[in-house]
Structure formats: structure tokens, C-alpha cells
Design a binder for this molecule. Structure first.
Ligand code: FES
Length: 106
């Protein structure tokens, strides 16, 4: 299991145990993290699973692929550390990952 932390927009922290191979979005939904909508169910087609990757983790998480980059154009308040959480697969090296939920989606 890999530990992930979500910081909701109001500052509430959600620490969860995630299975490798699942996505950061799926674990947010499973643990009722507010602000992650994931309307398309993880198909990289909605941009309502937008998160900000904590600065300490951006290199390890890596850059978005072209399709995700295009979809991020539809997200609200995109920043250099923006990612679509359905496109981040949980793996051992992400143990301790922190992501923040934006003020709103879309
Ligand atoms: S859930 Fe739709 S793009 Fe991530």
C-alpha cells in the first residue's frame, strides 16, 4: 500500500492508503475527498479530477502526456504543477505523495 495525502480546498487533509496500480483520482473518490468530481470516470475526457501536485513531488510524479496536457486546458486555474489525478498511477515511489484540490473544477 502507498500513502497519499489530499489537501482539500478548505485545508482539510485526507490521508489514505492506496493500492498500487489504482489512480490518484480513484482513491480520492473512494475516500470521499471533496472537490474531485471525475465526471468521465478516468478517461482523460473531463478535467474535473484536476489537482496540484505538491512542489516536492512534481519531479517524481512527472509531466502530463500530450492528451492530458490538452485536457488540462479545460481545467480551472491551471498551474505548472497541475495534473489530472486520473492520469497518475499509484506506485511505490509515490509513497507520501501530497496533492491539493483546487477551489473548483471546470
Ligand atoms: S476523471 Fe475525467 S479527466 Fe480525469
Amino acid at each position: 500500500m502507498t500513502k497519499l495525502s489530499y489537501i482539500a480546498f478548505d485545508g482539510t487533509r485526507f490521508d489514505v492508503e492506496a493500492e498500487n496500480g489504482s489512480t490518484v483520482m480513484e482513491n480520492a473518490i473512494r475516500n470521499a475527498v471533496p472537490g474531485i468530481e471525475a465526471e468521465c470516470g478516468g478517461a482523460c475526457a473531463c478535467a474535473t479530477c484536476h489537482v496540484y501536485v505538491d512542489e516536492a513531488w512534481t519531479d517524481i510524479v512527472g509531466e502530463p502526456e500530450a492528451m492530458e496536457e490538452d485536457m488540462l486546458d479545460f481545467a480551472f486555474d491551471v498551474r505548472p504543477n497541475s495534473r489530472l489525478s486520473c492520469q497518475i498511477k499509484v506506485r511505490d515511489e509515490l509513497d507520501g505523495l501530497v496533492v491539493q484540490v483546487p477551489e473548483r473544477q471546470g
